[in-house]
Design a protein around this ligand. Structure first.
Ligand SMILES: NC(=O)c1ccc[n+]([C@@H]2O[C@H](COP(=O)([O-])OP(=O)(O)OC[C@H]3O[C@@H](n4cnc5c(N)ncnc54)[C@H](O)[C@@H]3O)[C@@H](O)[C@H]2O)c1
Length: 277
């Protein structure tokens, strides 16, 4: 239960806050008392989420932000610290979907997926964490990775590389920073009902099942609210790797830890499962 968690007086920054998991996280953190800076590439959606928070009595500030631009993150951190003096929760969440057989994957795909999903998190950390270390109060950095960051999926090599990277940097940074008051976590969502499949880049034979995969995520995906609850629990309890929902992610994760070979059939079967629609 997270209903007791109070973030009153705290400041949170959420990237990719205009939709899906980021939106749910922004709303929940605000409901628990945090003043939320909601940032998204789609500025109108960030504004809509901030307005939704305002309407329910919370406090939010919208920002238009491209996380693949390190200068934009530096400018955001400068702005937020000038206004607030501290950031207690940094949720590096913005990300894009990508799936394609390797022959259909382009160099531009690799650059885009790594640029947003991995470097976007790295730039958020570089801009905010040094300032958070100087603020003299503890803080949490929550990075949205994926089940695809702890268990592989065929035809998702760039996406898996980006998300394994997010898990790796989160573990390394937590080892470096937790003794200095900053706890770092990697949230690893499974199948969540958001627009990520519909808006993701799909090429080659995977493109033909984009509609069905999107239906599968809508029908079988967990609510983004469930992921937001995990974010809140992690802020309160400082967990390092957070599979969510556990009913989807924990067993494949444990199998993969036992032997990576064990999850290869699962990695190959994922496309067949989601193409059922
Ligand atoms: N939905 C899932 O099943 C699932 C599973 C595992 C991990 N994830 C991860 O969760 C995170 C959120 O995804 P979601 O499912 O909520 O998708 P979503 O598409 O609903 O939301 C992603 C948001 O990020 C924003 N965004 C995209 N590129 C950006 C950029 N360069 N700069 C700033 N904002 C940008 C989009 O405008 C959008 O509002 C992503 O990192 C994704 O990889 C999602």
């Amino acid at each position: 239960m997270t209903s007791h968690v109070s973030l009153t007086g705290q400041v949170a920054v959420v990237t990719g806050a205009g939709s899906g998991i980021g939106r749910a996280s922004a709303l929940l953190l605000a409901r628990h008392g945090a003043r939320v800076h909601a940032a998204d590439l789609n500025g109108a959606s960030a504004e809509a989420v901030a307005a939704e928070i305002d309407k329910t009595g919370g406090a939010a500030v919208p920002h238009t932000l491209d996380v693949s631009d390190p200068g934009a993150l530096e400018a955001l951190a400068e702005w937020v610290f000038a206004a607030e003096r501290h950031v207690d929760v940094l949720h590096n969440n913005a990300g894009i979907g990508h799936a394609a057989n390797i022959e259909a994957t382009t160099i531009a795909d690799w650059q885009r997926v790594i640029g947003v999903n991995l470097l976007g998190v790295a730039y958020g950390i570089q801009a905010f964490v040094p300032r958070m270390l100087r603020q003299g109060r503890p803080a949490s950095v929550i990075n949205t990775a994926s089940m695809a960051g702890i268990v592989p999926t065929a035809k998702m090599a760039p996406y898996c590389a980006s998300k394994y990277g997010v898990v790796g940097l989160s573990e390394a940074l937590n080892a470096e920073l937790s003794g200095r008051g900053i706890h770092v976590s990697a949230i690893c969502p499974g199948i969540i009902d958001t627009p990520i499949i519909a808006t993701g880049i799909m090429r080659g034979d995977v493109a033909a099942i984009q509609g069905k995969a999107s239906d599968f995520y809508a029908r079988r995906g967990a609510s983004p609210d469930e992921v937001a609850e995990a974010v809140l629990r992690t802020i309160a309890k400082h967990r390092l790797i957070v599979p969510v929902p556990r009913r989807q992610v924990t067993i494949p994760y444990l199998l993969h830890r036992l032997s990576p070979q064990l999850t290869q059939p699962l990695a190959r079967g994922f496309e067949r499962i989601v193409s059922r629609g």
